[in-house]
Design a protein around this ligand. Structure first.
Ligand SMILES: CC(C)[C@H](C(=O)O)[C@@H](O)C(=O)O
Ligand code: SF4
Length: 467
């Protein structure tokens, strides 16, 4: 039998029909929705007199524009309330289960789906959101899709896709102490560039990947799209299985051993051939922070802010020039010289319980710098409840951090009242740092939870080892 990559195994088993040479019709096992990018899809269904084919394989949550302090805030904002109301109306009309703001289970789409046991090895999953790549951590093939594709999946539970190429990024050895999968993700994006993964499904493999927790793997797969990849994926191992056993248990579901045996087959065959192979020594990965306005503009603490002259490629040179201006940074500056006034811990990249534990561990017995406003937003109600049960909320409060009780995207995308003001500068555990991302003329440095916590304490971009 022909050796197959994990990606091809899932693809082939979900191919309903080949459409010419370049496209296939793929069956979709799970469809996630949120309040952005979906209203037009439902309008089109109504206009064309169609219905949702599998509401039981569709699930929605409110996350992008929702408030993080009080449900009441939503009432006072006409535009945001309308978006959320539309989702509620559409879900109720088409019988789609919805997690409403303030209800148990609600949270960021990519945080709640794995919690609810909706992401399983060997399955296909789509969502109207580019960071759907997160779910590849479970050996699922997960893609972000646009509005017209949402309509197609709602109506047919299938989607036409072009055939993707495969890339394997093998990370050998182990990551050094304090170096997280966020640092690894930033380093890979720096290496590949923001377009390096275009048209590809990236499989992450190697000993450094295998030693990552499921949450750390989700962070890595989440950021695949920032390298331009269509999906990120990691084969099943004991870590995957242990995590899923816990999810099943906490949801009160039974799990047959035959099912687990089937999951174990969702790995690339040892002699499978990838279109592109990259090998990285995990031991060389450094704690990293973005200095610019895309996630590939990243440096380690031993480096200095680059100058345009450091780039050969004319478009990268131009991008660096523009980024230095926007970020108000000087070439040669050290990261330690960069003062900040905001820290955001949260998002679908780093808003899970392990992230909050890391942050609490660093904040414990220390105080947030008086010039810094540190906002911590749990990715889901489950994360929030666990944080409270473990007493992390008290640690945050004592340190002077602002722990919010309503989960959501919040400062990651600045679509609610948590966005930054002009001239403010953040260290943020999120994934995007383009101009205006967290607020008009606000500046974002993407980093890991431990760097975010250390920077909140010193008021400058810092590492835990600097405290
Ligand atoms: C609003 C949504 C469509 C968008 C995405 O696709 O990723 C958002 O989640 C983001 O992170 O920019
Ligand atoms: S947390 Fe940020 S990146 Fe994730 S879905 Fe929300 S806006 Fe997008």
């Amino acid at each position: 039998m022909l050796a197959k990559t994990l990606f091809h195994k899932i693809w082939d088993s979900h191919c309903v029909k080949q459409i010419g040479d370049t496209e296939d019709l793929i069956y979709i096992d799970m469809h996630l929705l949120h309040e952005i990018n979906t209203p037009q899809a439902f309008d089109r269904l109504r206009e064309t007199n169609r219905t949702v084919r599998r509401p039981d394989l569709t699930i929605a949550t409110e996350d992008h524009n929702t408030p993080t302090r009080s449900v009441a805030t939503l009432e006072s904002d006409e535009v945001r309330r309308r978006q959320v109301d539309l989702l509620r109306r559409n879900c109720s009309e088409f019988d789609i289960p919805l997690f409403q703001l303030g209800e148990p289970g609600q949270g960021i789409t990519h945080v709640i789906a794995p919690e609810q046991g909706l992401v399983l090895p060997g399955t296909t999953l789509v969502c109207c959101d580019s960071h759907t790549t997160t779910h590849g951590a479970f050996a699922a093939l997960a893609f972000g899709i646009g509005t017209s594709q949402v309509e197609h999946v709602l109506a047919t539970q299938t989607l036409r896709f072009q055939k993707f190429k495969s890339m394997r990024v093998t990370v050998e050895n182990h990551l050094p102490e304090h170096v997280s999968s966020k640092d690894l993700a930033l380093s890979i994006i720096r290496h590949l560039g923001t377009g390096g993964g275009i048209g590809h499904v990236i499989e992450y493999a190697g000993s450094a990947i295998q030693s990552l927790s499921m949450e750390a793997r989700m962070t890595l797969c989440n950021m695949s799209v920032e390298a331009g990849a269509s999906a990120g994926i990691i084969g099943v191992d004991e870590t995957t299985i242990d995590y899923l056993r816990k999810v099943y248990k906490s949801n009160g579901q039974s799990l047959a051993e035959e099912e687990i045996d089937r999951w174990r087959t969702y790995v690339s065959d040892s002699d499978a051939i990838f279109d592109q192979e990259i090998v990285i020594d995990g031991a060389t990965i450094q704690e990293s922070v973005t200095w610019g306005t895309n996630p590939s503009q990243t440096i380690g603490f031993h480096e200095r802010i680059p100058s345009c002259a450091d780039y050969d490629d004319p478009s990268q040179k131009q991008a660096a020039k523009r980024a230095l201006e926007y970020m108000n940074l000087q070439p040669g500056q050290s990261l330690y010289d960069v003062s900040i006034n905001k820290v955001f811990v949260g998002s679908c990249t780093n808003g899970r319980i392990e992230d909050l534990r890391i942050v609490a561990g660093i904040l414990d017995g220390r105080s947030v710098h008086p010039d810094v406003h540190m906002v911590i937003v749990p990715g889901s109600t489950q994360v929030r409840d666990l944080a409270i049960r473990e007493g992390l909320d008290e640690v945050f409060q004592k340190a002077g951090a602002d722990f919010r009780h309503l989960p959501g995207c919040s400062m990651c995308c600045g679509l609610n009242e948590d966005s930054m003001r002009k001239g403010q500068r953040s260290v943020s555990t999120s994934n995007r740092n383009y101009e205006g991302r967290q607020g008009t003329e606000a500046m974002t440095h993407i980093a890991s939870p431990s760097i975010a916590a250390a920077s909140a304490i010193t008021g400058r971009i810092s590492r835990v080892s600097d405290l």
